[in-house]
Write a protein that binds this ligand. Structure first.
Ligand code: HEC
Ligand code: HEC
Ligand code: HEC
Ligand code: HEC
Ligand code: HEC
Ligand code: HEC
Ligand code: HEC
Ligand code: HEC
Ligand code: HEC
Ligand code: HEC
Length: 450
């Protein structure tokens, strides 16, 4: 064995030992930030101190890391019918492709703690990487001959994972729609109606069992904001959330752990809430997210205010209009959010709130970020406000296309200036995708007439 080789092996062993020591120390000790390798990505920085959520153990293998990524992301990738799932690359016929880029593993394209090479969506490889496997496209498709490989994904034509709304048939089918549809309408929420059907014995206009009477007196309870809320109608009394006992003389009932209280009746909302930026820290066992820890611009806050259910829902009034706009603006202060009130969407929202516009014609922050999802007859509010955020073409079907044509929507979503102004004017309508589709349709028509 040459000296050089021995040196290399010793170097290798030292690095391995050091790494295990670093990880071991970090995973076992309290101060996990001490050896943190570099700022975590936009997607993960909130949970960067929960090292174990990705490095399951100090000696985790490649496969363990892969399993961690899949645990948290597989469901969404499946839902959108990921165009490049692992199984495409375990197929021996595609083995050759993996020599350049091992696409079986998430970390081939998404490293962590490497801010200097991290691009949008946590991607850490050069943006012309499609070339490794799709070299033939520019040859086989004359329409693509002049395109550079770094434009496949960046110009809003294709995504690597989610092409569920970016394929030719869908684009063709939905092309010639009006910019603004005649009857723009979002589905109506109906959870209370469904609840009443399941609980026919509860009379919605009758208060039940005033457990608060003993402490506050009957009149005070009936005058309480709560009395007008859906909770009162659904027989969720003071004691549904507060521990009330005769011995307790205090005016303010003791609050059980608030978010757990809400969760006990609204498991679905809780679960969705913990999948996005508002609640993801709770899912990793960390204290709830606080606006002071955010990377995005936030209003100056009380240092300890945290993002929980009450951040948007006043627990007594359950004012849903407040939850959909004003609550958001009590924290968010980036240009896009602040500009919302100059948009025609906000005018539509004001009309709806005033009763001049039909229900479902207004466009609030929640209409775009927490849309109502209809499945069969059931309508539920998506409480993971990241679900349709990135890439923003995810918003097409569940949001924009409820009211706009496809071409108009794609053009608006690919216009960064419009996003910043919160859609205060019409988009320029010439998105390259549709130029190609139109050419293709013309060719087909010509072929048919020949
Ligand atoms: C969201 C997932 C995630 C979290 C949380 C996370 N890491 Fe990592 N870490 C990664 C990935 C991915 C890599 C790169 C693995 C690869 O390249 O194969 C990595 C690599 C590393 C490396 C190797 C050095 C390097 O820069 O490549 C160290 C050391 C490390 N992490 C320490 C930590 C510590 C300490 C914590 C907690 C404070 C932590 N990590 C939290 C995902 C994570
Ligand atoms: C404990 C759960 C968890 C684990 C483990 C995890 N992620 Fe994430 N990841 C999230 C959440 C939550 C978000 C932010 C919400 C979103 O974008 O959907 C996110 C965001 C992302 C993003 C989008 C980044 C951006 O800037 O928008 C990518 C890419 C990603 N994760 C890849 C990975 C990869 C690769 C791994 C494995 C190394 C991994 N994740 C491990 C929960 C997790
Ligand atoms: C060959 C490169 C590559 C591999 C491998 C890869 N990704 Fe991605 N990923 C991308 C690119 C590029 C984007 C940017 C958005 C797009 O084009 O879909 C992205 C975006 C994402 C996003 C945010 C956008 C979205 O659609 O939700 C998540 C989350 C994500 N990847 C998770 C994963 C996970 C988990 C794995 C492993 C199972 C993985 N990725 C493997 C290239 C890759
Ligand atoms: C590691 C190799 C590899 C890389 C890198 C890669 N692809 Fe693919 N891609 C494939 C394979 C394999 C298929 C499946 C082909 C088939 O089924 O005929 C595919 C299919 C597709 C499809 C068709 C999807 C479908 O559902 O039918 C699109 C669109 C696509 N890729 C776009 C891209 C874009 C855009 C990039 C870069 C952001 C990219 N690919 C990077 C290997 C790759
Ligand atoms: C759906 C759960 C829920 C119900 C039902 C409920 N409360 Fe509350 N209440 C809360 C929460 C959560 C807080 C804490 C608010 C905060 O800290 O932001 C609170 C706070 C309070 C306070 C402290 C002062 C205030 O208004 O912020 C009083 C007093 C109170 N509740 C009385 C009542 C009475 C009386 C009833 C029955 C008529 C009732 N609550 C019903 C959840 C509930
Ligand atoms: C004892 C059960 C129970 C508890 C505890 C509870 N809720 Fe409810 N809540 C209900 C029921 C029942 C409804 C009406 C039907 C539905 O929406 O599921 C409802 C409705 C709601 C609505 C919809 C109001 C509307 O106008 O459509 C919101 C928002 C809400 N609850 C928030 C909360 C929050 C926040 C907490 C915690 C502070 C909480 N709930 C605690 C049972 C509960
Ligand atoms: C109590 C403060 C608070 C309230 C209220 C609030 N947010 Fe947030 N929001 C945050 C914080 C903190 C983050 C994480 C920001 C970061 O990581 O930089 C966040 C993240 C987001 C994101 C994800 C941004 C990204 O780049 O991934 C969206 C979208 C969002 N909020 C929309 C809303 C909407 C819509 C409302 C109202 C229905 C709302 N928020 C109410 C504090 C709040
Ligand atoms: C018509 C739909 C629409 C409305 C209304 C809307 N947004 Fe957005 N929002 C978007 C789109 C699209 C993006 C960009 C997503 C992307 O491309 O990354 C976005 C991005 C964001 C982000 C991430 C910002 C960033 O810099 O990454 C936050 C936070 C946010 N919106 C909050 C809000 C709040 C708060 C309101 C209401 C005051 C609001 N939005 C109103 C569609 C909307
Ligand atoms: C970022 C703000 C925000 C947070 C945080 C939030 N909600 Fe909501 N929630 C809303 C908005 C906005 C709506 C109504 C949207 C609409 O009218 O379409 C809503 C609707 C609801 C509804 C009615 C559901 C339905 O399907 O009709 C319930 C119940 C609810 N929220 C419970 C919760 C619980 C429990 C939590 C905490 C785990 C929570 N929310 C956290 C903003 C929020
Ligand atoms: C509930 C219906 C509804 C939804 C959902 C909706 N819009 Fe709109 N939007 C409208 C209506 C109606 C107008 C026309 C307003 C007017 O002319 O006064 C409009 C106007 C616009 C305009 C032009 C604004 C101007 O001042 O000329 C843009 C750009 C736009 N919407 C983009 C979007 C995008 C992108 C989405 C999805 C993220 C979206 N909208 C979701 C109803 C909606």
């Amino acid at each position: 064995m040459t000296l050089k080789k021995t040196g290399f092996i010793i170097y290798g062993i030292t690095v391995t030992l050091l790494l295990s020591a670093v990880l071991g120390y970090n995973l076992l000790s309290g101060d996990q930030s001490y050896f943190l390798a570099g700022d975590a990505t936009h997607g993960h920085y909130q949970i960067e101190l929960a090292c174990n959520s990705c490095h399951q153990t100090p000696f985790a293998t490649e496969d363990d890391m892969q399993e961690a990524c899949e645990n948290c992301h597989q469901q969404e990738l499946k839902r959108v019918n990921d165009s490049h799932p692992k199984k495409k690359f375990t197929d021996p016929r595609n083995a050759e492709m993996l020599e350049m880029l091992d696409a079986r593993f998430c970390v081939s394209c998404h490293k962590e703690h490497k801010p200097e090479i991290t691009r949008q969506y946590g991607v850490t490889i050069a943006d012309d990487f499609c070339f490794h496997c799709h070299e033939e496209v520019t040859e086989e498709r004359p329409s693509h001959a002049d395109f550079k490989f770094d434009t496949c994904a960046t110009s809003g034509c294709h995504n690597y994972h989610d092409n569920s709304m970016l394929y030719e048939k869908f684009l063709m089918r939905n092309m010639k729609q009006a910019d603004v549809k005649k009857k723009p309408k979002l589905p109506k929420r109906n959870s209370m109606r469904r609840w009443q059907k399941k609980n026919p014995e509860v009379d919605p206009l009758q208060f039940h069992d005033h457990d608060g009477d003993k402490l506050f007196g009957k009149d005070a309870i009936e005058a309480h904001q709560w009395a007008k809320s859906q909770h009162a109608q659904a027989a969720v009394n003071c004691s549904g959330c507060h521990q009330i006992s005769k011995e307790q003389s205090s005016e303010v009932p003791h609050l059980k752990q608030a978010i757990d209280t809400c969760r006990s009746c609204h498991e679905k909302q809780f679960e969705r809430f913990t999948l996005g930026k508002h609640g993801m820290r709770i899912a990793s066992g960390l204290p709830a997210m606080s606006p002071v820890d955010a990377r995005q611009p936030m209003k100056p806050q009380l240092p300890h205010s945290q993002v929980t259910c009450q951040s948007c829902h006043n627990p007594h009034t359950l004012d849903m209009q407040q939850a959909a706009v004003e609550s958001c603006l009590s924290c968010h202060q980036d240009q896009h959010s602040v500009n919302y009130k100059q948009s025609s969407h906000y005018q539509l929202w004001l009309n709806e709130v005033a009763g001049d516009g039909a229900p479902g014609t207004g466009v609030s922050c929640a209409s775009c970020h927490m849309p109502r999802i209809k499945k069969g007859k059931k309508v539920t509010v998506e409480h993971n406000q990241n679900r349709y955020l990135e890439p923003n073409t995810k918003m097409l079907k569940p949001v924009c296309m409820k009211c706009h044509g496809l071409e108009f929507s794609v053009a608006a979503l690919s216009d960064e200036v419009l996003i910043e102004t919160n859609f205060n004017s019409k988009p320029d309508k010439s998105h390259p995708t549709f130029e190609l589709i139109k050419k293709r349709l013309q060719q087909r028509l010509q072929q048919q007439s020949n």
